[in-house]
Design a protein around this ligand. Sequence first.
Ligand code: DGL
Length: 210
Amino acid sequence: MNNLPIGIFDSGVGGLTVYRALHDRLPNERFVYLGDTARVPYGTKSLVTVERYALENAAFLAAFGIKLLVVACNTASALALPQIRKQIGLDVVGVIGPGGRKAVEVIGCEKPRIGVIATEATVASNAYPERIYDACDKADILQAACPLFVPLAEEGWTDEPETYSIAKRYLEVFKDFRPQALVMGCTHYPILSNVIQQTVGESVKLIDSG
Ligand code: DGL
């Protein structure tokens, strides 16, 4: 059983940021990665569609004889984790709980102000605030959806003026809120972390799914 690989899926290339973190910490493990680039983005799709895609991806990876499934996609973690756990018969790890707990761990539970940026579907699901409140019920949380970050990351536009200007517009809402930590609740966003960090300011701790 220990020799079996760990399966990871995401809606595209963004989950490779989670793969990299896992590989760094578990260098002796083998991984099978599925990036569903044919059907990206998930973040603009309905609950029923994301659930169907996530279950198909999980079954595809299970056929490789994996010992553990990591749902690296935040949108699939937010919307489909219970269904995957019910149907796959394997240990399944999502990214929402770990990301929310990490934000509280990094800034403490005194009076934390936590920003969350994610896809429209993840924001609408309220999965991050729920998991963050589990870790700290005193948290002040503000969420914003940043859908255009996904194609920018897929295109590799990590330092273009257009990316800075889109980031400025999306992240404007955090100016008054002044978060201490910002959860990048989408696997694609760490690819743009330089732009995001410069836009929100160096003092804001960025948390990623990895
Ligand atoms: N990988 C997805 C996530 O982490 C973002 C991209 C998408 O919309 O599919 O939520």
